[in-house]
Design a protein around this ligand. Structure first.
Ligand SMILES: C[S@@+](CC[C@H](N)C(=O)[O-])C[C@H]1O[C@@H](n2cnc3c(N)ncnc32)[C@H](O)[C@@H]1O
Length: 178
């Protein structure tokens, strides 16, 4: 397969010291193959969509991916020691190559209306979230969860403090069993 040569004039790296953030402009595979991963990282890849599975077949990004580039990217990410998440549309290539990975699909707005997007993860779905505001697949679900949470909190607030603590203690041991 064609090796994608990183073009030196396109490669640059910018470090923002105040916010501990590094912006690297490089070919993804070139970067992933040259970076040393310790295994503690979470890598999220959002490559250009496979042309044959999306509704419109003309290019939408200035830089698109060929089938070979998709294959190479998948081969590289599968060999990484860290947590990896990759998004795209359902396809035979991704389905076969990432067999055994956890998947989740959701509706997303695209240039051509709503489409089903998929994410594949090489790690189990989380049992805790950093931010619960986005829990739920759509607006209605998020609203339902927010309301329910508020109701529970209101009920807990009304309880005698020790009874509330007894409940919270039982709840936290529920979490430890997860
Ligand atoms: C699905 S879009 C990702 C958009 C991005 N998540 C965002 O929110 O802006 C795919 C991106 O991959 C970029 N791309 C194409 N070829 C690439 C390559 N060889 N290495 C790195 N990025 C590439 C495209 O230019 C495009 O911006």
């Amino acid at each position: 397969m064609a090796k994608i040569k990183a073009q030196p004039e396109l490669m640059w790296k910018r470090t923002y010291s105040k916010i501990d953030f590094e912006l690297i402009h490089d070919d993804a595979v070139h970067y992933l193959e040259s970076h040393h991963f310790t295994g503690k990282e979470l890598l999220y890849c959002d490559p250009p969509y496979l042309r044959r599975v999306r509704r419109k077949h003309y290019p939408i990004f200035k830089y698109e991916y060929t089938m070979e580039q998709h294959e190479k990217l998948l081969e590289v990410i599968k060999a990484l020691p860290c947590m990896v998440m990759i998004s795209g549309y359902e396809s035979a290539l991704y389905g076969k190559s990432l067999k055994g990975w956890h998947t989740h699909s959701f509706q997303a707005a695209t240039h051509h209306g709503m489409a089903t997007e998929w994410i594949w993860m090489n790690y189990p779905p989380p049992v805790g979230l950093h931010d619960y505001r986005y829990l739920g697949d759509n607006f209605r679900e998020r609203e339902r969860i927010t309301k329910r949470t508020k109701n529970w909190v209101a009920r807990l607030k009304k309880m005698p403090v020790l009874e509330r603590n007894a409940l919270l203690s039982a709840m936290s041991s529920l979490n430890e069993m997860n």
